[in-house]
Design a protein around this ligand. Structure first.
Ligand SMILES: C[S@@+](CC[C@H](N)C(=O)[O-])C[C@H]1O[C@@H](n2cnc3c(N)ncnc32)[C@H](O)[C@@H]1O
Length: 283
C-alpha cells in the first residue's frame, strides 16, 4: 500500500512527533487499557467473512489487526493514519501475524479512497482530530459501499472523564505553563457534544445515525501508571522536554492524585464515551 500526500497540519506534526512516539512506546499498555473498545468494535465481524474493513486513525493497528484476524480472503483491513512511526509498528505487527491488514500513511480527511471501497468503517478514538470534520466524514462516506456501517468510539466530555484530566489538574501548581485543553478544536474531547457530532455525521451525508453513551471499564497495571503519566496527555507531552529530576518530582506529586483509582496492583477507571453508528445511504 503506497503512502499518499498528507496535509502539513499540526495534527500531522504531533502524531509524527512526540505524541506518536509516545503511543508507539506505550503500544502494549494502551492496547491492554483500551482492549474493551477493540472488542466492542470488532467482535461481531463474522468469522471467516470477506468484508473490507477500514480502520480510521488506526495508530499502531489494534483494531484493524483484530478485524483482520476474523476475515478470510478476499477480506482484508486497511488502516489509515497520519503517523509514520505508528503505521510502521502496525505494519510490523501485521507481518508478524501474517494478516491481511494493510496500511497507508495519509490524511483520512482528504485521502483519495476508491468509491465504495469498504463494507465496514471502524475507529477507536481516531475521528476527533480532523480540522474539517464534516469534510472528513464526507470523504469517509464516499469510501463506504451503499449501506456500509460506520462504527466509532469517541470520548464524551472532560468532566465525565476525570481520570483523563487528573494529571494536569494535579500538576497545575507545579507546571503553570501547561497548555489548557481546547474544547473548540481537534483533540481528545472534540466529540463531547452529542448534537454537534450528530450534525457532523448528518451534514457529511451519513444516515441512520445512532449516538449511544457507553461506560467502559478500563484498567492498567499499577506498575505502569508512572510510565503512562510521564508519556501521555498534556502533562506527559510537557514532561518530554523536562530533565529527569523535574519529571520524577512532578510524577511523584501527581501520582497521589490517582490513589482513588488504585485497587491493589491495578488502576481502574470508567471511560465515558459515545458509540457512534451510522450507515452510508443507498442500500
Ligand atoms: C488517539 S489515537 C488512536 C489510535 C488508534 N485508533 C488506537 O486506538 O490505538 C488517534 C489517531 O488518529 C490519527 N489521526 C489524527 N488525525 C488524522 C487524520 N486526519 N487522518 C488519519 N489519521 C489521523 C493519529 O495519528 C492517531 O494515530
Amino acid at each position: 500500500m503506497n503512502a499518499t500526500a498528507q496535509s502539513d497540519n499540526s495534527q500531522a506534526s504531533l502524531w509524527n512527533g512526540p505524541t506518536g512516539h509516545a503511543w508507539v512506546a506505550s503500544q502494549a499498555l494502551l492496547d491492554r487499557m483500551f482492549l474493551p473498545f477493540q472488542q466492542l468494535l470488532t467482535e461481531d465481524i463474522p468469522l471467516g467473512s470477506a468484508m473490507r474493513v477500514l480502520d480510521i486513525g488506526c495508530g499502531t493497528g489494534a483494531v484493524g489487526l483484530a478485524a483482520a484476524r476474523r476475515l478470510s480472503a478476499p477480506g482484508h483491513s486497511l488502516g489509515i493514519d497520519l503517523s509514520e512511526p505508528m503505521i510502521a509498528l502496525a505494519r510490523s505487527r501485521a507481518a508478524r501475524e501474517g494478516l491481511a491488514a494493510h496500511y497507508v500513511v495519509a490524511d483520512a480527511q482528504t485521502h483519495a479512497f476508491a468509491p465504495g471501497e469498504f463494507d465496514l468503517l471502524l475507529s477507536r478514538f481516531g475521528v476527533m482530530f480532523f480540522d474539517d470534520p464534516v469534510a472528513a466524514h464526507r470523504n469517509l462516506r464516499h469510501a463506504a459501499r451503499p449501506g456500509a456501517e460506520l462504527r466509532c468510539v469517541a470520548w464524551r466530555g472532560a468532566a465525565e472523564n476525570p481520570f483523563m484530566t487528573t494529571a494536569e489538574r494535579a500538576a497545575a501548581a507545579l507546571l503553570p505553563t501547561l497548555p489548557p485543553r481546547r474544547a473548540d478544536g481537534p483533540g481528545q474531547f472534540a466529540f463531547a457534544d452529542r448534537a454537534r457530532v450528530h450534525a457532523i455525521l448528518q451534514d457529511a451525508g451519513w444516515t441512520r445515525i445512532e449516538i449511544e453513551p457507553i461506560e467502559v471499564p478500563c484498567s492498567l497495571p499499577e506498575s505502569d501508571l508512572a510510565t503512562y503519566l510521564g508519556r501521555h496527555g498534556p502533562l506527559g507531552l510537557s514532561l518530554q522536554d523536562s530533565d529527569e529530576r523535574t519529571r520524577a518530582r512532578v510524577i511523584a506529586a501527581v501520582r497521589t492524585a490517582f490513589d482513588p483509582y488504585v485497587h491493589g496492583d491495578e488502576v481502574r477507571y470508567t471511560a465515558a464515551c459515545w458509540l457512534l453508528r451510522a450507515r452510508a445511504p443507498g442500500a
